[in-house]
Design a protein around this ligand. Structure first.
Ligand code: C5P
Length: 304
């Protein structure tokens, strides 16, 4: 009896089509602390999802999983994290169904804004709703982390502290210190590969911040009342700035001309700057496009 009722509940909850918002993220604080025996890096980071992102529409298709995207630069084969997530979901839950994924891409690729990881989590969330499978949050986090180091943060909808290779997540104790803050994101025409950036750090050896110092730095901000600006740190900048000099050149100009301290997000190539609510962005956006060309990506957003 009980089993039947549970089944009917699951069936009633199951839906045919869902649309998931798939937010971008920025790393306000990113301290890579060292290379591990498995080739990954340990880190301590504070990351926050944004109110800017992609959209993933998922429609049941018993024939299997397909993916389409409005951006032709996005691979829609088995290499895409959306399809990897779908297969991982099917294996974990035993779900026999399939789905057509339609991705509306707004987050630039190779930007350090977490687009691919966020899409993977959006796919997992959507399939969980569609199938009525009700994977627990813990299980979702486990599957998400198996897909990418910074996937798990997208399960929280809040600013988080990340540790380990990025999969150990804790919601920031006082989210109000970051939530709602206004940012301008901007990215040059070129992308940076995450694997390349970590590889350069490993080769340079000089950029790592020991874990105890990283924790002290984070705790000093966490225990005080300093604004988000004082949290900003990213020791992946050295590797990126050495090769991609357009990044430090523009960031230097923004400091001199606008008094703004912008940072690289994650492994780049996107940068961001925190803005006051009254700040008029037009001259800033114009200066960015002047330096990086009209194809530069410039986008205003808020931390969520
Ligand atoms: O986990 P993910 O697939 O996103 O990582 C991409 C690449 O970035 C890894 O293959 C690894 O080279 C590097 N990486 C790392 N340490 C991390 C995260 C990523 O070395 N914590």
């Amino acid at each position: 009896m009980r089993g039947n009722r549970d089944f009917r509940h699951a069936f009633l909850r199951a839906v045919n089509t869902v649309t998931e918002f798939s937010p971008a993220k920025i790393n306000l604080f990113l301290a890579v602390t060292g290379r591990r025996a498995d080739g990954y890096h340990d880190l301590v980071s504070v990351a926050a999802p944004l109110d800017f992102g992609d959209e993933l529409t998922v429609q049941v298709n018993p024939a299997g999983f397909t993916l389409s995207c409005d951006n032709p630069e996005v691979p829609v084969d088995g290499n895409n994290l959306v399809l990897k997530a779908a297969h991982a979901f099917a294996v974990t839950t035993g779900w026999q169904g399939g789905a057509d994924f339609k991705l509306t891409k707004r987050i630039p690729l190779g930007a350090g804004l977490g687009g691919g990881s966020s899409n993977a989590v959006a796919a997992l969330r959507a399939l969980n709703r569609i199938s009525g499978a009700q994977l627990t949050t813990a299980k979702l986090a486990e599957v998400a982390s198996s897909l990418g180091s910074d996937c798990a943060l997208f399960l929280k909808n809040a600013p988080v502290i990340m540790r380990g290779r990025g999969e150990r997540i804790e919601v920031l104790p006082d989210v109000s210190r970051l939530r709602g803050r206004r940012v301008l994101l901007f990215k040059p025409g070129f992308a940076i590969s995450t694997a390349w950036a970590y590889g350069r750090m490993a080769a340079r050896q000089t950029d790592y911040l020991p874990a105890d110092q990283a924790e002290q730095k984070l705790a000093a901000w966490g225990q005080g009342e300093a604004p988000a600006e004082q949290l900003l740190f990213n020791n992946m900048e050295g590797a990126a700035f050495e090769k991609f000099i357009a990044l430090p050149v523009l960031l230097g100009k923004l400091l001199n001309e606008f008094g703004l301290r912008a940072r690289l997000s994650g492994s780049g190539s996107a940068c961001f700057v925190l803005l006051g609510d009254d700040f008029v962005t037009v001259p800033l956006a114009a200066r960015i496009r002047e330096c990086w060309g009209p194809a530069a990506f410039v986008q205003e957003a808020r931390l969520t």
